[in-house]
Ligand binder design. Structure first.
Ligand code: PMP
Length: 388
């Protein structure tokens, strides 16, 4: 049965974790894997999460099935955070998914059910899992280079060109904030131009919002999403709570469909549930229940928001430290989220690890949460030594 299978490449980021752990040097910096880290280099369970889990443990009296849509209280409590306190609740349906990845996959399957073979336009570089997820759902990925990494700038002409080349009904994947892997987000004026193009060309925005609160705060990071939703008749939003609640392995996410057509919304909602049913039957409960408990409590919500503000400030503090350590790194302070991408050769990335103990992905993507402000000097020295 399986003899025609071909070997798959090993996950290079997992190999990077192992190499870092095995490195005996006293001084080393891990800018590799894309998770938040605190001053001690740990990825702790957030305080609000611990408190909510304690409450869950004490009060949860059943683990009966919830159904393919998961915990709808969780899904609904997230809505004002994503769509704003005054959003029109009648315009949006949602379903809990296993992480943002599950939301992307479910959205892709929904699109494939409605329009088999539909095209998805993907600005590159992007999260490496985007294209495979869409292709696995039998969609056609059209990529375009949205950023000039040599200049660390968006190539906005190229973006407009892609939007003009797309045809009515094509899907446009957009990172809502904190672009992975570049940290380069559109400015508000560019978002407005994109919104106008989406309307003019009748394109479907599929917004991937995986880092809300880790760029400029919860409200500011949702602004582009809200601006797009205000302009268009229909959109999909794939949401992840895995970073902003630090729940990674619990797999917490949701897929939302926003539409001005109430009848279609209802049918699409039923389709999302039946697609979930054949993919994972129902999503894992614990993480979403934990988020629900936090959001049901004003006190826990306050603690969570405060922790998120501190995480965000730490990342932006590291950005400022690195930017001020070398004039050519100034752009890092203007980027947002966990990542910046220095677009180096693989050889340079390997030399940074081997000669200097500075670990980043072979692509040159670095996780700004992996450093301390005091590491900025050593990082700059290593980059200069390697001619980057
Ligand atoms: N979208 C982007 C841009 C991401 O970076 C990630 C996670 N690295 C995801 C989606 C998926 O998130 P999750 O872990 O919740 O599946």
């Amino acid at each position: 049965m399986f003899e025609k299978l071909t070997a798959q490449p090993a996950d290079s980021l997992l190999a990077l974790i192992k190499a870092f752990q095995a490195d005996p040097r006293g001084y080393k910096v891990d800018l590799g894997v894309g998770i938040y880290r605190d001053e001690q280099g740990r990825t702790p369970v957030m305080r609000a999460v611990k408190l909510a889990e304690k409450q869950l443990l004490e009060t949860q009296d059943s683990k009966r099935y919830l159904g393919p849509e998961g915990d709808l209280n969780f899904v609904n409590l997230m809505k004002p955070i994503i769509f704003g306190a005054n959003h029109d609740a009648g315009n949006v349906v949602g379903i809990q998914t296993p992480g943002g990845s599950g939301a992307l996959r479910l959205g892709a399957e929904l699109i494939a059910s409605a329009a088999p073979g539909a095209k998805v336009w993907l600005g590159t570089p992007s999260w490496p899992n985007h294209a495979p997820i869409f292709e696995s759902a039998r969609l056609t990925v059209k990529d375009y280079r949205f950023v000039d990494l040599a200049k660390q700038q968006i190539d906005f002409d190229r973006v407009l060109e892609a939007l003009d080349a797309a045809q009515a009904g094509d899907v446009i994947l957009l990172h809502g904030c904190c672009h992975n892997p570049t940290g380069i987000d559109f400015d508000i004026d560019q978002w407005k131009q994109i919104a106008a193009k989406l309307v003019e060309r009748k394109l479907l925005p599929f917004i991937d919002l995986a880092y809300q609160g880790l760029g400029d705060g919860l409200e500011a990071d949702a602004e582009p999403t809200r601006l797009i939703l205000e302009a268009v008749d229909e959109a999909l939003v794939a949401y992840s709570c895995d970073k902003n609640f630090g729940l990674y392995r619990e797999r917490v996410g949701a897929l939302y469909l926003v539409s001005r057509n109430a009848d279609q919304l209802k049918i699409a909602d039923g389709n999302m549930a039946s697609l979930a049913r054949v993919n994972w039957s129902m999503p894992p409960d614990h993480g979403a229940a934990t988020v629900r408990v936090i959001l049901e409590s004003a006190e826990l919500t306050q603690i969570w928001k405060q922790e998120l503000v501190e995480m965000c400030a730490r990342v932006n503090g590291n950005r400022a430290a690195l930017a001020s350590a070398h004039p050519e790194l100034g752009f890092i302070a203007n980027q947002r989220g966990l990542f910046s991408n220095l677009a180096m050769s693989k050889e340079t990335a390997v030399a940074l690890r081997q000669k200097h103990g500075i670990y980043m992905a072979d692509s040159g993507r670095m996780n700004l949460a992996g450093m301390q402000p005091s590491d900025a000097g050593a990082i700059v020295k290593a980059l200069s030594a390697e001619g980057t």
